[in-house]
Design a protein around this ligand. Sequence first.
Ligand code: PGA
Length: 249
Amino acid sequence: MRKNIVAGNWKMNNGLIQTETLISELKQQTKTSNAEVMIAPTFTNLWHAFQSTRQDDIEVVAQNMHFAENGAYTGEVSASMLKSIGIQTVILGHSERRAYFNETDESLAQKVDAALEHDMRIVFCFGEELSDRKSGNEEAVVESQIKKALFHLDASAYKNIVLAYEPVWAIGTGETASPEQAQDMHAFIRKTLESKYGHTIADDMTILYGGSVKPGNAKEIFSKPDVDGGLIGGAALKAEDFYAIVNAF
Ligand code: PGA
C-alpha cells in the first residue's frame, strides 16, 4: 500500500544535547496529517533518539549502513547492529554518500541485499545531476540507478522499499524541482517499475521527493498524484518547519 511519509535526514548535524532538544521540540508539535514521520539522526545518537521516541509517532531511522555482517571494516556499522538497538529502517544511496564516499550502484545493491536479509525497510535514494538534466538524460540516469541497484530483487522485496527521488541539483541549494518536474519523474519511476514488476507493485510503491522541500513549497509538491512524501534535509532541523511539511498533506 502506498503511504505518505515525511522523513527528516539530519545528516552530520546535532550532537547529543541538540538531538535531545530537537526531539523534545518535535514532540511538542501537533500532527494533523496522516503522514508517517521518520527522523534520521547520526549513528551516535540513534539509540538515544530511539529510546526517547518510543511512545511517539516518530520512527528513528539510520542514514547509512555497511553491507557486511561484521568484521574488519573499521568505522562501519552493520544491519544487525542497527537492528540490535531497534532500528528497522535505513536510508541507502543518498547522493552525498554516492558523491563523497564512492558508493556505486553495485555497492548499493549489496547494501540493499544486506538490509533485506535483516528484514529492514529501505529508503532508497537516487537522482540525476544538473549536467544530466541539462543534456536531457535525467530519465536515463534515474532508470539506470534503479535497475542496477534494485532490479535483481524479487517482487516480494518491494514491500520493504520506499523510493526517494532527489535531483542532486536541488539538494541543499534552495533550488527545488518544480512540482511538475517532480511529478513527471515520479510517474516515469512508476513506469520503470511497472515494466519489470507489473502494475500493482508500481502503483503501491511509495515515492518521496527530496531537494529543498520547505514549508512554503511542500503543499504544492505533495499535491501531485505520484509524489507520496518528502525526504527533508535542512528544514528537518527545525521542529516547526519539519511539522509544517508533515502537515502539508
Ligand atoms: P535538503 O536536503 O532538503 O536540505 O535539500 C534533502 C536531502 O538531502 O535529503
